[in-house]
Design a protein around this ligand. Structure first.
Ligand SMILES: NC(=O)c1ccc[n+]([C@@H]2O[C@H](COP(=O)([O-])OP(=O)(O)OC[C@H]3O[C@@H](n4cnc5c(N)ncnc54)[C@H](OP(=O)(O)O)[C@@H]3O)[C@@H](O)[C@H]2O)c1
Length: 336
């Protein structure tokens, strides 16, 4: 089978196509998945660059996210049969309950082989069925960006109808978070660097939009739009570069779901976090149990992930370059 392997941690140049890796055979309790689509996350750029904080398996097959069909099932597999449509779960060991050190060790496309291959073998509880109305390209976007946004908005954010959710940028996590916030009846404020993307986010249902390049003090704008109160929940994908303004944008007693670090470095003063009793909660994707809850909600709402561009398998490196360019709106997919 064809697969990509991360031979050297030196960016996209370290990713090499292996045209002749043997197709794996499922052991008892495992399923063989014919991968039909994979999707990229910002994390995959960080992994390829060698800057990911966890250890990376030598010559790892990249990408945490992918969906396909069960092609064979090992002995004792009870949850799936040949032909079932499934995705891999980001953390192979976080099935349910609270996150702990033991559950986050086995992440696809990092510590263990990921999805950028024609076939993968996973333990049956490392896979999960996907909503039937989604294409494989759409389903491939769920395991990391989708589940992280679900965790931030619903599981951790516990958003309620009528509350205000602040979303930063128009990447994969933020647009899923927009869709989940809307699903739960929240008002949404979204920032972006680009007016064309702002128009697209508005068409997706974002009510209040701020161009953070034109208005670098976007926190003041958030306060103006919320009559001085601030947002109930911020889905923070910028990290240190945006966190100070997010702290100023959230209401007293509100929540910041700390997800990412696309906005570079900065210094944080902890005093307003204490003085305004802000709940600052780190988010690390989510469990298989949360994935199942997200799937039920996506099915009920017939929600469709925002797929920006689909690349062919042979053009996988161009997909990485497109992600790195920042031109995307939502998710980038590689068809296998
Ligand atoms: N903790 C977790 O479990 C977890 C899971 C998934 C992702 N993440 C992290 O979350 C972050 C977002 O991931 P993603 O996959 O959604 O990334 P992405 O698709 O690449 O989106 C990034 C977006 O962030 C916006 N952005 C860039 N610089 C910004 C700035 N200075 N201020 C505000 N927005 C800015 C841009 O939107 P515009 O072009 O509209 O300006 C860009 O499209 C990454 O750091 C990623 O590593 C963490």
């Amino acid at each position: 089978m064809k697969t990509y392997e991360l031979k050297e941690l030196k960016g996209v140049d370290g990713i090499v196509l292996n045209p002749g890796r043997p197709t794996p055979t499922p052991a008892p309790g495992e399923v063989l998945i014919k991968v039909r689509a994979t999707s990229l996350n910002y994390r995959d750029l960080v992994v390829a660059s060698g800057h990911y904080p966890s250890s990376i398996k030598p010559a790892v097959i990249p990408l945490s996210d992918g969906a396909g069909e069960v092609a064979a099932a090992g002995a004792g597999v009870s949850e799936f049969k040949v032909g079932d449509r499934v995705a891999g779960t980001f953390f192979q060991g976080w099935l349910s309950g609270a996150i702990c050190a033991e559950t986050t060790g086995q992440a696809l496309g990092g510590a263990v082989d990921g999805m950028l291959a024609e076939y993968v073998v996973l333990p049956q509880n490392g896979a999960i069925g996907v909503p039937s109305h989604l294409s494989f390209e759409e389903a491939a976007t769920l395991p990391c960006a989708g589940l992280t946004a679900w965790n931030a908005v619903v599981e951790t954010g516990r958003v309620k109808a009528g509350e205000t959710v602040l979303l930063l940028g128009t990447g994969g996590v933020s647009l899923f978070a927009l869709q989940f916030a809307k699903m739960h009846g929240a008002r949404t404020i979204l920032t972006s660097s680009n007016n064309e993307k702002i128009a697209r986010a508005k068409a997706l249902g974002a009510e209040m939009l701020i161009n953070y390049r034109e208005k670098p003090d976007w926190d003041q704008e958030v306060l103006r739009l919320t009559s001085g109160r601030g947002a109930d929940l911020v889905v923070e994908v910028g990290g240190a570069g945006t966190l100070e303004r997010s702290i100023r944008s959230v209401r007293v007693g509100g929540t910041i779901a700390l997800v990412g670090l696309v906005a570079g470095l900065g210094q944080i003063d902890p005093l307003p976090i204490i003085g305004r009793a802000i709940r600052l909660q780190g988010i690390y994707v989510g469990s298989r149990e949360m994935f199942a809850a997200m799937n039920r909600a996506i099915t009920q709402a017939q929600l469709r992930p925002v797929v920006d561009r689909v690349f062919d398998f042979d053009a996988a490196k161009s997909a990485y370059a497109y992600l790195a360019s920042g031109a995307h709106f939502g998710k980038i997919v590689i068809r296998v």
